[in-house]
Structure formats: C-alpha cells, structure tokens
Write a protein that binds this ligand. Structure first.
Ligand code: ARG
Length: 459
C-alpha cells in the first residue's frame, strides 16, 4: 500500500531517490502565500455555494492561516515524499483540523491550483519589477538633468562620431526602460487571469462559482476554457522574455559604465561602495557590479530558451513537464530585481567627470561633420564639402593635430571661402547648441525631452 495522497490505486510506492526526482517542494514552497490565498478563496466560494458547510470553511481557513504563520516562523518542515507545496499543505491541514481539511480539494485539482499560484505570484512580481524599473528611470532622469551642458563624444562603431551631451546619451537608457516598463504593464493583461475552478482539465460537476474566486483573488478576468486555463504557460514565457530584454538593456548600459570608468576614458568614477578590489594588484578598482549585470543576462535568456523548449510539442492539457516552469522564472525574477536595484545604486553614487568629458571632445575629430556643414553654409554641395573635410582631416592626422589647430592659411588652401568664423563654429559647445531638431542633443531639445520624461515618470 502507498501512503501518498494519490495512493489508493498503488500497491507500492517510489523509493526515496525517485521521490526526490519527482518532487518540487524544495523550490515551490516559494509559492506558499499564493497557495494559501488561493485555498482560502476556494474554501470561501465552496461554502457560499453550499458545497461545504460554514463550519468546515472556518476550520479550513483557521488551519491554513496557522500553517502559514508557522511556516514563516520556521516551525514547519515540508516533506519530499509529499511532492509539492499543494500536497504538503493539504497533508498538514488534515493533520491539524481533521476531516474538514479533506474537503478543501473538492472541485479543484493541483493543475488549476498550481496555475493559480503561478498567476498570483507572477502578477505580484511583475508589479515589483515595474516599480524598480521606474525607480531606475528616476535616477537616470536626475543625473541627466544635471548634465545638459556636459559634452562627451557620441560614438558609432565605438569610434568617436559627433559630440553629444551626457544628458542625451544617458537618457537613451531611460527610453529603453520606458519601453520595458510598458511591455511589463501590457503583459499584466495576460497574467491577471484566473484559472481556478478549471480543475484537472474539464471543469467540475460541483456548482462552483469561478467569478466569485476571480473577485476574491482580485483577478481582472477568468479563463474562458478550462483546458487553456491549466495548460497556458504563455505568460511565463512572456515574463521571461520581458525580463531578458530588460536585462539586455541593462547589459548594454553596464558595458558603457565599464568603459566609462576605464583609465582610458575616465568619463565617470564609480563609488567605492559599488566597486571591488583585486587580491593581487593593490591599485585595482573594478566595476564588478556592472560586469555581473552584463553577465547575468546569460542566465535570464537561458531560462527563456529553456521554457520555450519545455513547452514545444506539449499536448493538452497538464503535463508534468510544466513543473519545470518554476525554477527558471524564480531565478530570472530574483536576478532582474537584484540587477535593477544595484544599477540604481551605482548610478546614484557615481561621479560624472564633467571637466574630463568636456576636454575629451577637444581631442578628436567629432566636429568634422560640423566643418562640412559650415561649408554647406557657404553654398558648397554636401558631397563636395565631405570630400574637402576628409582631406583636411587627413592633413591633420599627418601633423598630429585637430581641426581647431589648423591655421586659417591652411584652411583657405583647402577652400577659399573658409573664414575666421570657422573656429567658433567648430567649438564642441556650439556643435551641441546648433542641434535643435526634435529629439536631438541640443540643450533646448534635451530640455523638452526631459519634460516629456518627467510626465511619464509620474504615470
Ligand atoms: N508540482 C506540480 C507542478 O509544479 C503541481 C501540479 C501537479 N499536478 C499533477 N497532476 N501531478 O506543476
């Protein structure tokens, strides 16, 4: 005889190492609060529908609450042979309250139960992630607002391209995160749906009220199809995708932080509190936090791939393969929350080396487009102007200097219409000032951008 909850039709039971492979309790106890919340709603509905008595319901709810309390105070040891959080709690409940405990599972199955837990959990966590993203956006906004006039080289191909403001550069990440926040928000429509009452797959003969549990659990909608309710894991794939894409964005940002803090760039200085040292090289101060965040995108993307592969080819409805949806999701959520918090701390405490940034753009050719535009202003076709400036840059490289070091004589050898006003025109701060097209790096355009961002932050 088997002593399992499902043991009736079994003559023998699995050995311990088989139980161990089958069990999910070591990770799905994460869902204890959601499981108890779902059970309380289910018991309340069963009583309201006269499927169980008020007295049984009260005993169930008191029992569940005492289990929850004892778990959080470290007084409950779950057992692997009871497989998962659902059977462990049910077992404990029956132990504590007797027969009424055995009535809780009327009109439901672990299949809709686990789906309910996961929906509740994912919804809560996605809301936490949304708040953390918003908070990081606020930090980016705050530092950007201080650096509208700080000039730095903007890059393409990691070659210096044109001067931009530090505000403009860093606000790019604000907008990436804005899309991430929108995506997470939008995904709530597909997460916030109640599967409870779908039972094993086909619904139930008991006169349950799925709309009541939907309301009790504060879900926005109810699954229309019981088989879809127990087999849908799309919202987990979607959450893993949204996490992975946000982590991709953080990894790009992290890479910039790492580069900006090199001795070569010295654009920023990270706070000691967000850096680490070397066990052998006493001079080292390493951007480990940024590197870890850059690296962690590997795990979240791995979890996304793994979930997609687990679902591929699965027939309806519930299959035990679906137990594999948890560890990846839990880890991905833990990873992104940690990364967002650390990123915010890193941004809030870093120093932007304004002087160094403003000097850097004087030691490069990032004002070359500006010189071509200057010539266009003298009615020279852009293509011809590009060619002339290319030759001037070539000459500069030969002489080891930059555009602002070329004498007026030499300029005029390249084109007679270049006048003394060219030196003012080529100053990086003037390059910036002239860029006032919508969404560009000029101060007024960036001020407008920041205003739009501010409104979005308040939403
Ligand atoms: N531990 C299972 C999971 O995580 C719960 C559902 C089990 N259902 C079943 N019929 N075996 O998916």
């Amino acid at each position: 005889m088997s002593n399992k909850a499902w043991g009736g039709r079994f003559q023998a039971q699995p050995e311990e190492w088989v139980d161990d492979f089958n069990a999910s309790i070591h990770f799905d106890q994460t869902l204890i609060d959601q499981d108890i919340e779902g059970s309380i709603a289910h018991a309340t509905m069963l009583a309201n529908q006269h499927i169980i008595s008020e007295t049984d319901k009260d005993a169930i709810i008191t029992g569940l609450k005492s289990i929850q309390h004892d778990y959080h105070h470290g007084h409950i040891q779950f057992s692997t042979s009871l497989e998962d959080i659902h059977l462990n709690i049910e077992h404990e409940l029956i132990k504590r309250v007797g027969n009424p405990g055995g009535k809780l599972h009327t009109g439901r199955s672990r299949n809709d139960q686990v789906a309910t837990d996961m929906h509740l959990y994912t919804k809560e966590q996605v809301n936490n992630i949304i708040a953390l993203i918003q908070s990081l956006q606020q930090s980016i906004y705050t530092i950007a607002a201080k650096h509208i006039d700080t000039i730095m080289p903007g890059y393409t191909h990691l070659q210096r391209a044109q001067p931009v403001s530090f505000a403009h550069h860093i606000m790019t990440y604000f907008w990436m995160l804005q899309r991430d926040r929108q995506r997470f928000n939008d995904s709530l429509k597909r997460i916030d749906i109640n599967p409870l009452g779908a039972a094993a797959l086909s619904g139930t003969t008991y006169p349950i009220d799925r709309h009541e549990t939907t309301e009790l659990l504060n879900f926005a909608a109810v699954y229309e199809n019981s088989m879809d309710a127990v087999s849908d894991r799309d919202y987990i794939v979607e959450t893993l995708h949204n996490i992975s894409l946000t982590m991709v964005h953080l990894s790009r940002f992290a890479e910039e932080i790492i580069f900006w803090s090199t001795d070569e760039a010295k654009f920023i200085t990270l706070s000691d509190a967000f850096s680490t040292g070397s066990s052998i090289m006493p001079q080292k101060k390493n951007p480990d936090m940024a590197e870890l965040i850059r690296g962690k995108v590997g795990r979240t993307t791995g979890h996304l791939m793994s979930m997609l592969m687990t679902l591929k080819g699965l027939p309806l409805a519930y299959n035990k393969d679906m137990q594999e949806d948890k560890e990846g999701l839990f880890d991905a959520i833990h990873t992104i929350k940690g990364s967002l918090r650390i990123f915010e701390g890193m941004i809030d405490t870093m120093t932007v080396n304004t002087e160094r940034l403003n000097q850097t753009v004087k030691q490069d050719f990032s004002n070359a487009t500006e010189l071509a535009d200057y010539l266009v202003g003298k009615d020279i076709p852009f293509r011809t102007a590009h060619e002339i400036v290319g030759k001037i840059v070539f000459d500069c490289i030969q002489h080891g200097h930059y555009l602002l070091d070329v004498s007026l004589d030499d300029y005029q050898k390249h084109h007679p219409s270049i006048g003394n006003d060219v030196y003012d025109y080529l100053q990086p701060e003037n390059c910036l000032k002239r860029r006032q097209s919508y969404g560009s790096t000029g101060q007024d355009a960036v001020r407008h951008q920041l205003n739009v961002a501010k409104t979005l932050l308040q939403q």
